[in-house]
Design a protein around this ligand. Sequence first.
Ligand code: FES
Length: 353
Amino acid sequence: MTGHDCSLDCPRIANRKPYYRELRAGRTYPWCACGRSTRQPFCDGRSHIGTGFEPVQYVAKADGEEVLFCDCKHTQTPPFCDGTHSNLPGGYEDDDTAAAGPQPPIVAAGTDGFARLDGCCFVVSPPDSGDRYQLSTLVAPSLGAQHQSQFHLRLTSGASPVLSARGVDAILWVRSGNGEIEIGERRFALSAPCGVYVRAGEAFRVHAATALTAYVSACPAVEALDEQADMPPHFDQAWPERVVPIDEAGRTAMGPRWFQMLVDKRIGSTTAAQFIGHIPTSRAEMHRHLYEEALVILSGEGIIWNEGSAARVRAGDVIFFPRKHLHALECTAPEGMDVVGLIHPGDNPGINY
Ligand code: FES
């Protein structure tokens, strides 16, 4: 953003979005910290002189390493974007003009329940067979996912089978109902809404006191959850906290939106993260993420826009976004829209480009 009035003790905002770059192993990238370089996002060797800022030298770890260099210069994790740009003046903008231009066609769901958009992006509504127990596949490698899977669990009474995510982490979002979850030899009370973390190598079983629904993510992606005859006792005692409730005090602003982290590295999930967020009535700018994302619509309704197609979404639906997929979510409900997202690989849903 040009025209930002910065004194010399403050970094100048060079751009209100981060800069995507693929790096070469061993090469040093001198990131401009002052925001005054003429070679953004890199140092030009002279513009920082007298500002008190020095460039940050980053040595690439691998060929093809994908990074987002901060270009607003206000990140707390230099040289990389941490999402701070969304809360700077003009940093997060809704796309008020998009509706005036040509609109891509709205795609309806097929008989399989999937509305397929550009690339491997899609919207799916979980089916309801009316059975006591139902486990449905919503996101999987066979549907185009590379980094995560998602399954929808309905349980009206009794217990589910013992389930395991084939040796990878499982992260649940309990959307409705209450009961208990066994994880190995441990048992936790469940009361919707909440997130639950099951570590790689553990198995779990859900018990419904009232009809219970949950979205079960697996990271990295697996094609299915396995049923086991018996509950293996293994429970990783190093991470004893497994159920994460909603906590309004933990909200992070993102322009007019907010999110709160649920299952993340604080309780042991180091490569995947779950969050709950709120979107007011608005249409976001088109943007991308470096992570793969599955977004559950909890309330409200709207439209997910891609470049060449779009689909309506409503409470209960799941939107799957491949990495680097160009998209914008519009909330059309006057009361706004609540969502729960699962990102992998990644730990910060506030980073977009
Ligand atoms: S561009 Fe600076 S924090 Fe994102």
